[in-house]
Design a protein around this ligand. Sequence first.
Ligand SMILES: C[S@@+](CC[C@H](N)C(=O)[O-])C[C@H]1O[C@@H](n2cnc3c(N)ncnc32)[C@H](O)[C@@H]1O
Length: 531
Amino acid sequence: MESNNPSFTLVSISLLESNPVKIVTGPLSANFRSPELHFFLEPDGQHSITFHISNTQLYRLGEVQSLCVSEGSETTKEKTYSKGITIQFKDEEESSSFHGAFELWKKEVVIQGSSLANGTVSSSKSKFDDKIEASSAKMYFHYYGQLLHQQNMMQDYVRTGSYYAAVIENQVDFAGRVVVDVGAGSGILSLFAAQAGAKHVYAVEASEMADYAQKLIAGNPLLAQRITVIKGKVEDVELPEKADILISEPMGTLLVNERMLESYVIARDRFLVPNGKMFPSVGRIHMAPFSDEYLYVEIANKALFWQQQNYYGVDLTALHGTAFHGYFSQPVVDAFDPRLLVAPAISHVIDFSTVKEEDLYEIKIPLKFTASVGTRIHGLACWFDVLFNGRLLDASHKPSLLSFAQQQRYPIPPGQGMGEVICRQIIPLPLGKPTVRRLLPGRSPAKRKTLLLLQDVIFVLEQGGILQTSSCRLDLKEPYYRMSQPQAYSSSQDQQPNQLLQSQDLQLSSLDEDGSDFIQQPINDSGVQIH
Ligand SMILES: C[S@@+](CC[C@H](N)C(=O)[O-])C[C@H]1O[C@@H](n2cnc3c(N)ncnc32)[C@H](O)[C@@H]1O
């Protein structure tokens, strides 16, 4: 037995998922290649069943017979197994060495050990469980398990229509190909892929929505025979074959919130053939400083309530400062006139086909803005888009673009940032200085959602020849959904302070129990698209 990749000879394997149970007789082989265990069903090694260290259990059924199973999703009410085989060894000795190698394999990466009544079993946490707190994951998948939230996303016609166009206009990429839908939700993208002629689509969904997706797909029988719904996390599930294409909608607020991009990248590494396609293939975050006196006054006015000195005989002013800073740390989600931007946008590109999962834990984006007009700057405006680089579109060199109209603005309070500063020019920091200017979607290690988005945004301003540095700390929690029609401004200088915009103060967000918010919001149809 080799110590690194031990191999074993087996007499037969019974595939428990087939009905009736299919028995493949050997000689066959099994091979531990951390973090996977492969059972080869043919001598040439063409067909194999793969188990992942994270969710595999091994039980001794007899002296020369064992059961190997892969655990299903933790979110299901009952314990489920997504895959199982029984193995027949040639003798007791081979069986013992196989179990020994299994234990060793598990020990290398096992995080948690446990014992089950019917055998010595090692259970390990999956990569997902290791990163995300169980309570956070539970809330996250509970949210997506509800049909109304999937409906919200489906009713976002800019979003769903762009995906439909990207798939159907690139049928040539999908026809006859194996597709994995990463986080399939209702299964809508799997159905599009099947419409485009995919040979087979594996729709992987971790939430209870997988059951509804199964129903929806069964209700479209012409497509259903080419779609398999797999309930589980892409980090854990095993698929019988590799994919030519991954399709997914992993974007959260400002692209990175929800941390689902990490799952998309893990799915790429686990399931995609070399040089396979990803739909979408690239995401971009765009940022530019804005000047908007109306918004500034509106936000400042929200805290006026706390300036009352006689609220039923109570002086509220002690909390005015806290409320004021609270309102200014809320990102504002609205559509805005691009003319409010006072410097060319900086774009940060994430190439999904090459980015490493770890690179998504902390994304640093240097900010070097040069203002085009001398004006008051009230914060940073951010938006994002993703690109689909299909084969047809490659040929015409025109990838289709899904531009998200939902934009965030991060107003900066006076004294903490640019609110008070008349800025003529924002000057890049000289290289090598210890202070950094960056947009930092700070890692919130154990959370799937309450990702800090902006931290320590430091601007350097030139004012009368003196360099001035400002910084503030903002995050994505509880955005203010200000669904106003974009106002036409003649120029940013024309704005009158103390005049409030007539905005519909729609609090569309649905908050979790802990009051935080991770969700995708319906996009305002009137959203300005900025490219
Ligand atoms: C933004 S929704 C998109 C749903 C659907 N693809 C669509 O476009 O309408 C993301 C979905 O991915 C699922 N999801 C997130 N992380 C996952 C993971 N690691 N494994 C499997 N599903 C996941 C969520 O439960 C959710 O249903």
